[in-house]
Write a protein that binds this ligand. Sequence first.
Ligand code: GLN
Length: 223
Amino acid sequence: MTVLPIRKSPDLIGVLDLQGGVHEHLEHLDRLEIPSRRVKDASDFTGLAGLILPGGESTCLARLITIFGLKDVILQHYRLGMKIWGTCAGAILLAEKVLGENSCLGLIDIEIERNGFGSQLDSFVAESMIPAVSGEILPLTFIRAPKILKTGKEVNVLLRIDDYIAAAENDGVLVTVFHPELTGSVAFHRYFSEKCGLTPQSEAAVISDWGMLSWMKHARIAS
Ligand code: GLN
């Protein structure tokens, strides 16, 4: 009798760990009890149902993706079914068109404008209902964010504000120009986990001990 090896279905979400806000995403996934892993090289892609491209600096991230030879690896795993979520700089990496610049992965038919609101000083917080994602009003944190200017036919707009689009998706890709990982809500991490076919174990919608912005405490300098 031949015993076939049991192939475990992908059950992890990876966070690309080359530059940018990685641990905040990992912490949100932990809160939902979704198994996660930092992704630095090709071997880290085994078992990934989804990959998060974090916020940071998109030119720097695009360069590092090339230097570490990860572009083809990401594209290959995407074609095999791995879902991808880009937050802010991550959304820029996923866009088919970047105003005035070359695109990197080009996996979602959107046109995006880097630094669409101005400089770092024009960063802001807001809140909005996003019915597809949650029944609660969600906090939104924009940090030198891009603006999505246009979307193609097969792209579903999740949030439009004034003259721009702030969140959108197609079958395989989710993009948000804001940072859910820097808020006390885990709604987007739950939404992405479910898009990846994973079931969060925790019912939590908001982080009860969020209080002071927990991502700021990491930046505090010891006196
Ligand atoms: N402004 C950055 C860029 O263009 C993105 C900022 C962010 O990820 N918070 O890459």
